[in-house]
Write a protein that binds this ligand. Sequence first.
Ligand SMILES: [Zn+2]
Length: 64
Amino acid sequence: MVNDRVYLEPPDNEDAAVYKCEHCGNFIFEGDEYFEITGETLCEHCLHFLYSKFAQAPEEPEEY
Ligand SMILES: [Zn+2]
């Protein structure tokens, strides 16, 4: 649910938000690390949430 009132009170932060994560909506501030994946601006949290995987050994191929 979108609530416009969120924008009425900017955070007490000298840094201005430069970007907004297109996945979770978090602001990305100047100096923050962010990621552009296939044209989407993502914060670090979402990058890991969406794209990181745990390495798993492949299942043993069936032998005949
Ligand atoms: Zn995000």
